[in-house]
Design a protein around this ligand. Structure first.
Ligand SMILES: NC(=O)c1ccc[n+]([C@@H]2O[C@H](COP(=O)([O-])OP(=O)(O)OC[C@H]3O[C@@H](n4cnc5c(N)ncnc54)[C@H](OP(=O)(O)O)[C@@H]3O)[C@@H](O)[C@H]2O)c1
Length: 274
């Protein structure tokens, strides 16, 4: 079979059905204010008087508001063209372009809490606050099963911080802990999300890295996944997403996807429940 024939022949019925609309998206002040108002009121309202790019900006973020009181789990990763989130030497500053970074901060502003894994918390020492757009800071959650994170980590300063752990490690005053049992597969992702919902978090964002997002993906707990792609090639380094592999492409997950152009970056919005 030649290459042309291979392309013509669909591998699965699902692939042929998957739509890939592409939309140029702009988040102007009036769109962002409407999204923040909808976050507060629970009543999303897109204006018909907006430009098509503004309406696309709304469409990108409105699903992250969730529906009613139902909890929503979403993940966002900013990666290079070759699927990397940092260099081998750990340089992760600004893989995303300026609009990709704003996108990350918008996602944080819509979330009640933001989760990172221990590697990210230790290597990048992020604050996980909202600085590039208007909005409130989410609570910060670090998954640190073995107690590797130092007590002076930036995530522990300021706003509400919660550490998910399997060990007996004491944390600084004011930092909450959620104890989850460790198995051969790691910490039970279902128990982590249930523990966060019990503590009042409804919009739960997973910011990375790839290993952490992968645990929640494998447990089928993510409703929405945003993959931001910036036009650079890194060559090697940690992957944006690390899930259990499949042996046949026919077994691969093929979510419904929507593609948005945000000037410096594109964002692929994957609806994992469609
Ligand atoms: N560009 C982006 O959007 C973005 C966002 C975030 C991070 N990053 C980059 O990603 C890299 C780090 O990512 P990574 O994939 O190596 O690591 P990671 O996901 O940040 O952290 C993984 C670690 O977290 C703990 N962990 C998380 N979930 C767990 C579970 N369910 N069960 C057990 N342990 C769990 C484990 O810690 P232990 O090993 O201690 O057991 C695990 O090894 C950094 O270079 C960072 O800069 C990029």
């Amino acid at each position: 079979m030649n290459q042309h024939e291979r392309i013509e022949k669909p591998v699965t019925g699902r692939r042929a059905e998957t739509p890939m609309p592409v939309a140029a998206a702009t988040v102007t002040d009036r769109v962002w204010d409407a999204l923040l108002a909808a976050r507060r009121s629970g009543q999303p309202k897109r204006s018909d008087s907006w430009t098509p790019a503004e309406r696309a900006g709304w469409d990108l973020y409105a699903p992250l508001l969730g529906q009613g009181d139902r909890p929503l789990v979403f993940a966002q990763i900013g990666q290079s063209l070759d699927g990397r989130v940092a260099t081998v030497d750990g340089d992760a500053a600004d893989v995303s372009g300026p609009e990709g970074l704003k996108h990350l901060h918008r996602c944080r502003a819509l979330a009640d809490c933001v989760i990172v894994g221990a590697n990210t918390a230790i290597q990048d020492n992020p604050r996980l606050t909202v600085r590039l757009v208007k909005g409130d800071n989410p609570a910060r959650v670090v998954i640190d099963p073995r107690g590797r994170l130092a007590d002076d980590a930036a995530v522990m300063a300021g706003e509400r911080c919660l550490v998910v752990q399997a060990c007996e490690r004491e944390r600084p005053a004011g930092v909450e802990t959620l104890k989850v049992a460790m198995s051969a597969e790691g910490l039970d992702a279902v128990s982590i999300i249930a523990g966060l919902i019990d503590r009042g978090f409804r919009r739960i964002m997973i910011e990375g890295g790839g290993i952490t997002i992968g645990h929640f993906m494998d447990a089928d707990l993510i409703d929405r996944l945003h993959i931001g792609i910036a036009p650079l090639i890194i060559g090697a380094g940690p992957s944006g997403l690390t899930t259990s592999p499949v042996s046949l492409l026919a077994q691969a997950r093929r979510p419904q996807t929507f593609v948005y152009g945000l000037a410096s970056d594109i964002v692929i919005d994957c609806d994992l429940r469609a």
